[in-house]
Design a protein around this ligand. Structure first.
Ligand SMILES: Nc1ncnc2c1ncn2[C@@H]1O[C@H](COP(=O)(O)OP(=O)(O)OP(=O)(O)O)[C@@H](O)[C@H]1O
Ligand SMILES: [Mg+2]
Length: 255
């Protein structure tokens, strides 16, 4: 090899390394953008819940200012409401802030609990019956923050699908170990998926949630993120659905 060829090869290698570093940084930024987009999707619902918690706290405090005999009750309300608001904020920060970059053992039930806490709103308030079927000792070795975001996106989608229908609204979240895999399933009895849309669901920016004056609609990014994240974890995400009969999303991860 001539000196010129050697110098060129070295320059190409350095350039390649530079590009690899750039891709690494861009991927990190994309993950952060996705996390914030998910938190953005929840903003209206969570703000509403925080408002529901803080309004009685403020009202009792005002009453106690005028009538000191109500002070004890006002303090009890403030302590109770403050604690609940703090745990919601903590759960949201858990979603927003990047967790460990490497795979760690994740207890699925704890992850589900944290995700429901971040959603803040009790499903029962919207007439949604949420059933959990998750063994307490089921763990999977994976990237915690990303798996939580996947779960959050699937639950938010299931929630809007069941809110679109009248009658009994059900979401069933289950997880189990099957051979070398852990399966996580979110099933709902909501609006279901039009067969013409099935192939587009996981494409970025595909949404059937229109934007209006009172509703920020959908961005069509949730499932695109889910597919990207699940495949990066070495897994697969699939969907089964019939229009009007709900949808079932299954995430299969290597155990
Ligand atoms: N559980 C479900 N039942 C019925 N349709 C669903 C369900 N989950 C997803 N979809 C359909 O797939 C589309 C894409 O979902 P995706 O989560 O990617 O975007 P989005 O929910 O519209 O917006 P966002 O970016 O806020 O998540 C939805 O607009 C909806 O039409
Ligand atoms: Mg969505």
């Amino acid at each position: 090899m001539t000196t010129t060829t050697r110098t060129r090869t070295k320059t190409h290698r350095q350039k390649l390394q530079g590009l690899r570093n750039e891709v690494h940084v861009l991927r990190r930024q994309l993950r952060a953008a996705h996390r914030l987009a998910t938190v953005g999707t929840m903003t209206a619902m969570v703000s509403h819940e925080l408002n529901n918690i803080l309004t009685p706290v403020a009202n009792y405090a005002q009453l106690a200012q005028k009538n000191p005999s109500l002070s004890d009750k006002a303090i009890a309300r403030a302590a109770e409401g403050g604690q609940r608001a703090t745990s919601i904020c903590r759960a949201i920060l858990d979603v927003a802030v990047e967790g460990p970059a490497e795979s760690v053992p994740v207890n699925i039930l704890a992850l589900v609990d944290g995700t429901l806490a971040a959603m803040a709103r009790d499903p029962a308030k919207d007439g949604i019956q949420l059933n959990l079927d998750v063994p307490a000792d089921l763990t999977v070795c994976t990237r915690r923050t990303e798996l939580q975001q996947v779960l959050l996106n699937l639950l938010l989608n299931a929630r809007s699908a069941v809110l679109a229908v009248e009658g009994p609204r059900r979401i069933h979240l289950s997880a189990c170990r099957r051979g070398r895999y852990v399966l996580l399933t979110v099933a709902d009895n909501g609006s279901g998926i039009d067969p013409r849309h099935k192939d587009k669901l996981f494409e970025p920016f595909f949404t059937t949630k229109p934007r209006s004056e009172n509703d920020s609609g959908g961005y069509g990014l949730g499932l695109a993120f889910c597919r990207h994240a699940v495949e990066a974890m070495g897994g697969k995400i699939t969907v089964e659905s019939a229009p009007g009969r709900g949808a079932t999303f299954t995430v299969r991860l290597p155990a």
